[in-house]
Ligand binder design. Structure first.
Ligand SMILES: Cc1cc2nc3c(=O)[nH]c(=O)nc-3n(C[C@H](O)[C@H](O)[C@H](O)COP(=O)(O)OP(=O)(O)OC[C@H]3O[C@@H](n4cnc5c(N)ncnc54)[C@H](O)[C@@H]3O)c2cc1C
Length: 475
């Protein structure tokens, strides 16, 4: 997204991608329903060591488009309070960006994604731009009324699912390479080097800035060097901090952006749970899925929330939804939150090395009692809400996924904050200590709202790239 925005603003960009092609898959979409999706597998890369919850997952994807080869495409915006609510706990949890700062950049990202959504605001979820409109079916309106009584919204989950009819030889409609970069003008505006694994940033001690990036050409294993005026780090929330640790130099001996010891700290993730609900009265099958938004910030424990995505089961459920057919069961995915804490971190492992000879990345995170209790409350909350709406629901077996990494929503390891005391980057994603380096993926998140993160990552990346373009033009 940062590259897309910079090139649109006339700034030449060279992008290094560790992987090569987009991964192949299959997507068959008819009448606005994804009827068949065959996703390529994710890989567990080497170079990571788990020391927190032993079940911690860290699947990654070194491929053009990264994890957008696998993602679902749910793209809710954060709401205004998602950026400010944390300040009740401590000022370190206040983002240096407001919703209104970000709103125009949400729209830029959304316009690239061919989103299906309901174009109306609901509590705790501002509406965004959508190309295709969809409303939750009429017989779910009693659920919507009950949600509203509690200060929650019940609406269509905004999904970057593309046009109603699609047959693709990849697993997802929106792949960040094919949708953002494939059609950008070629050199000198945009140059893509694949199989180029960025190893470290090179410090210029005289000019007190980063002067170059050193990468490993995976084909020849030779090290190459590229100089530039600014460097955008967007390796995904774990690998970005790894690159900054790898870039330790005489002036920043503990890693770039780590003078206050914050790099890697405040790692957080979404606890995620999946279960099916049987209801005693048939309801229209939900495809696209519906989204029950969080409880109001004012009546919730600070930084603890849940969101619920309710959807049809399998292809049959999706076909049923197309014809307004009813069903007595639906699937629910819940995302909870955790209060980001300094004690959860990523950092260089003591002994193990990665394939390039740099320290492996130690991941230390687990979900505490509050987080797990919040997930149990989320089950009870939905069942009660559906009951009050006139449907007795029973939860079937709960899929055991309550360990870090299953949501693939890590964030926080290079957090943004107005003060270098609490943040690695400033409000435009620039390292406080080294402003010609930007970290623009979810590593910059100050807190993790209960919403899927990628749209917000894209909006932040577009905004900081936009600012960088203005600054570079003014130089
Ligand atoms: C099954 C699944 C479903 C998901 N569903 C959703 C969803 O519905 N909504 C949502 O918001 N999010 C979802 N996500 C999460 C979403 O995919 C990620 O948030 C998003 O892809 C993160 O983008 P990124 O570019 O920051 O990181 P990545 O997608 O991980 O991309 C990082 C890129 O950097 C490259 N790279 C890494 N290290 C280096 C290096 N040293 N040098 C050069 N290149 C490097 C990688 O090869 C990769 O291309 C889902 C993820 C999965 C796996």
């Amino acid at each position: 997204m940062a590259t897309y925005q910079l090139v649109r603003r006339g700034i030449p960009v060279t992008m290094l991608e560790s992987g090569e092609d987009i991964q192949r898959g299959t997507l068959v979409r008819m009448a606005g329903r994804n009827l068949y999706r065959n996703l390529p597998p994710m890989t567990k890369p080497t170079g990571f060591v788990v020391t927190g919850d032993p079940e911690t997952n860290f699947e990654y994807n070194y491929a053009l488009g990264g994890l957008s080869n696998q993602w679902t495409g749910a793209v809710p915006r954060f709401c205004a309070e998602d950026f400010t609510a944390g300040e009740q706990v401590h000022e370190k949890y206040r983002w240096p960006v407001t919703y209104s700062d970000l709103a125009p950049f949400y729209a830029i990202a959304e316009r690239t994604m061919q989103i299906t959504a309901d174009p109306s605001d609901v509590p705790n979820l501002p509406a965004g731009h959508c190309d295709y409109q969809h409303q939750v079916p009429q017989d779910w309106h009693s659920v919507r009324r009950e949600a509203l009584k509690r200060g929650q919204g019940f609406t269509t989950m905004p999904l970057a699912d593309g046009p109603p009819f699609l047959f693709l030889r990849r697993g997802t409609s929106f792949n960040s390479y094919s949708k953002l970069l494939a059609r950008l003008p070629g050199e000198p505006a945009f140059k893509l080097i694949t199989r180029a694994h960025a190893l470290r940033l090179e410090w210029d001690g005289q000019r007190k800035k980063v002067a170059a990036v050193v990468y490993c050409d995976r084909q020849t294993m030779a090290h190459q060097r590229i100089s530039a005026s600014a460097f955008i780090v967007a390796c995904g929330p774990l690998n970005s901090s790894k690159l900054l640790f790898n870039s330790a130099c005489s002036d920043h001996p503990n890693g770039m952006g780590n003078d206050a010891g914050l790099l890697g700290r405040y790692l957080h993730d979404h606890p995620r749970e999946w279960w099916a609900v049987d209801v005693d009265t048939p309801l229209t099958s939900l495809s696209p899925p519906a989204y029950l938004t969080r409880l109001p910030h004012a009546s919730s424990d600070p930084l603890l929330a849940s969101s619920w995505t309710l959807g049809a089961f399998g292809t049959v459920g999706k076909i049923k939804s197309r014809f307004g057919k009813k069903t007595t069961y639906f699937g629910v995915q819940v995302f909870g939150t955790m209060v980001p804490e300094e004690k959860y971190y990523v950092g260089p492992a003591k002994d193990q090395k990665d394939e390039f000879g740099f320290p492996a990345l130690e991941i230390n995170i687990s979900f505490d009692e509050n987080v797990l209790r919040n997930m149990v409350k989320a089950r009870e909350h939905l069942i009660q809400l559906v009951y009050d709406a006139g449907h007795r629901g029973t939860i079937r077996e709960i899929v055991p996924t309550l360990f870090p990494g299953t949501a693939k929503h890590y964030g926080g390891a290079a957090r943004m904050h107005a003060s270098p005391k609490f943040g690695v980057t400033d409000g435009f994603n620039r390292l406080h200590e080294i402003p010609n380096v930007l970290a623009v993926d979810a590593s910059c998140f100050t807190t993790g709202a209960e919403k899927n993160p990628t749209l917000t990552v894209m909006a932040l990346a577009a905004r900081s790239a936009d600012r960088l373009a203005s600054d570079l033009r003014a130089m």
